[in-house]
Design a protein around this ligand. Sequence first.
Ligand code: CA
Length: 228
Amino acid sequence: MAATVLVVEDEEPILDLIVAYLKAEGFHVRAARDGFEALTVARVHRPDMVILDLLLPGMDGLEVCQRLQQDGGPYILMLTARAEEIDKVVGLSVGADDYLTKPFSPRELVARVKAILRRSRHGAPAPDVPPLKYHNLVIDPERREVHHHGALVVLTAREFDLLYTLAAYPGRVFTREQLLERIWGHDFERVDRVVDVHVSLLRRKLEDDPAEPTLIQTVRGVGYKFTG
Ligand code: CA
């Protein structure tokens, strides 16, 4: 089934261009011209992925990104006009999965969208893979749900991918580069922090005491491991 992509951009020519390219590739495409419309469309049509411009009238792209992530959320590719904004997008991360700076080539954009969706499917376990269970934590790859102490924990798509990757190999140490490659897929130069940010987001949601993590441990100078 073709993926649904929501494009959020207030500049009509850019919006039209992106929509045309994605449609030509067989995606179901929805469009929104500001943040409020984006949230409404996302609620109704549950896109697999959102292409989100950073500068929008009214609510800016960062806020839209945060709100989209609040209930699990789709994969998000941010568009930014200025390279300086990249740190804001991936560093402080509001959960964007990838970004492109304007001007970008529509072909590159389509390639990124495909890579993210392919990776998410490729990384998705085959049906009937049993949930991973560790003490109070249950990770169900088929439903992409996590329960901790019996309660559902809402994770973003990337947070889930990160947790599942680590938890599928308890005790194995993953370097930041390995996690970036497996989960984000391409080279995020100089933003190793994106892994750290997502680990800390996961800890906040899952650890009884995020300052003294027991599930995902830091291996100093190397990376992270799941200890369940
Ligand atoms: Ca704009």
